[in-house]
Ligand binder design. Structure first.
Ligand code: NAP
Ligand code: HSE
Length: 432
């Protein structure tokens, strides 16, 4: 057996604790797989006085220099989260010739370019499997197993909190506020749930997935984002009646000459689509390629041990490279400079729910507006219940450019017979 490969751990919260447990429970197999023992040399903590039973018998420090400056340490695992100082620590670690493993989607989505450039310059590994989909292998498949393909679509349920909330709303008929409260009580949603419910967490993951799938750098600010805060039990009920489920999707499409289309928003998804069956806190990523056809990666999108599974696998990969002397083998794969598809140019079908006056000719007036604006309707339903001389109308369109849909809605809003456009939600991957 070779000399041990030593690594430093930055952070020992949910994921860090999982990393330590996985190493303790699977040490023998990990050593065999690497061809050398893997040793955790030191853990960076913020407060040396805080009790941390998970770190019993492990050396700790509150001084980053003791890890970055330690020549015996060849891999740094960053599981502190946030941008600062995580970004600086990772760059400095690579500058010092160490490979870096991280679960940090914030840094990868916003500063991935800096990270890859430094890794390339220093001939070290920069690995980030846990940054999307927690324990689900998706970064390595995109960077290695699917590289024979031209990928045209990568689409995922990448936020467990919102998928849990939408599943509960669909299955229990609960409203948004009560499912949010429940998700907070269960520890899925933070006290400030904004990153999850407003779609920002999913947007970071969408940027990472699309960059890898389409080999072009997509930044967080390139992703158009809408969260789930406006979804009502009524929309979920209509979705069910019409053969759909409501999901918060991260959507990435290579739309050819129009550019790369990357967005996060709630969608109506046909019940038979593979992503429609993903319930609760689970995540899944669906890809379409010209050789593989369709494939889906499914599993736990968060949690201490599942996320540690991805982090430790990256550490094993980096350690194997050190043992074999093959550093920085899989480099940045953003070798294209594709243009971005503007939101106006994107194409989808749409679900629209309107409150209108309940009198003869209204349905015809609405259909005429859609027709005049170049929006073709697939189906229109007038609800059976009439609410004080008003009725709800639900329309599903055929594929149409977003800009045409916005024009149609603007005209509809100005009609005296239309009281309110209550919802407009994209329909993704509709059948015909
Ligand atoms: P966490 O439970 O909050 O743990 C973070 C740890 O880092 C804490 O122990 C914290 O110390 C420590 N820390 C923060 N800033 C530090 C600093 N400046 N110096 C030293 N230590 C510092 O977070 P987590 O859930 O493990 O998440 C870690 C990373 O994994 C994040 O990037 C997250 O997005 C990613 N991730 C998490 C999950 C998941 O299921 N939790 C899934 C996928 C990806 P204190 O103990 O002093 O607070
Ligand atoms: N907050 C995320 C989720 C987990 O709800 O899926 C960490 O990426």
């Amino acid at each position: 057996m070779k000399n041990p490969i030593k690594f430093g751990l930055l952070g020992s919260g949910t994921v860090g604790t999982g990393v330590i447990r996985v190493l303790q429970e699977n040490a023998r197999e990990i050593e065999e797989r690497i061809g050398a023992p893997l040793e955790l040399k030191k853990v960076l903590v913020r407060d040396l006085g805080k009790k941390r039973p998970q770190l019993e018998g492990i050396a700790v420090t509150d001084n980053i220099e003791e890890i970055i400056g330690d020549e015996e340490i060849s891999i740094i695992v960053e599981v502190m989260g946030g941008i600062h100082p995580a970004r600086e620590y990772m760059l400095r670690a690579m500058e010092a010739g160490k490979s870096v493993v991280t679960a940090n989607k914030d840094v990868v989505a916003q500063f991935g370019k800096d990270m890859f450039e430094m890794a390339e310059k220093q001939d070290v590994d920069f690995l980030f499997e846990a940054s999307v989909g927690g324990g689900i292998p998706i970064i390595t498949p995109l960077k290695q197993c699917l590289t024979a393909n031209k990928l045209t679509e990568v689409m995922g349920i990448v936020n467990g909190t919102t998928n849990y909330m939408l599943t509960k709303m669909a299955e229990c008929g609960a409203d948004y506020e009560s499912v949010l409260k429940e998700a907070q009580e269960k520890g899925y949603a933070e006290a400030n749930p904004s990153a999850d419910v407003d779609g920002l967490d999913a947007a970071r993951k969408a940027a990472i997935l699309a960059s890898l799938a389409f080999n072009t750098r997509i930044q967080l600010e390139d992703v158009s984002v809408e969260g789930i805060t406006k979804i009502t039990p009524m929309d979920i009920e209509y979705a069910n009646e019409l053969g759909y489920v409501v999901k918060l999707l991260a959507v990435g499409k290579d739309a050819g000459e129009k550019g790369v289309d990357v967005r996060v928003h709630p969608v109506f998804l046909p019940k038979e689509h593979p992503l429609a069956s993903v319930r609760g806190v689970f995540n899944a990523i669906f890809v379409r390629g010209n050789a593989i056809g369709e494939a889906m990666f499914y599993g736990p999108g968060a949690g201490s041990l599942p996320t540690a599974s991805a982090v430790v696998s990256d550490v094993i990969d980096a350690a194997r490279d050190i043992v074999n002397g093959t550093f920085g083998r899989i480099r940045c794969t953003c070798f294209e400079k594709k243009k971005l598809c503007s939101l106006d140019d994107t194409e989808s079908s749409y679900y629209v729910r309107l409150l209108v006056d309940d009198k003869p000719g209204v349905l015809g007036t609405i259909a005429t507006v859609f027709g005049n604006e170049g929006v073709s309707l697939k189906s229109v339903v007038q609800t059976k219940e009439s609410i004080a001389d008003h009725a709800e109308i639900v329309a599903i369109t055929h594929m149409v450019e977003h800009r045409k849909m916005l024009c149609a809605v603007k005209v509809l809003e100005g009609l005296p017979v239309v009281d309110e456009i209550r919802s407009m939600i994209r329909v993704e991957n509709d059948r015909g």
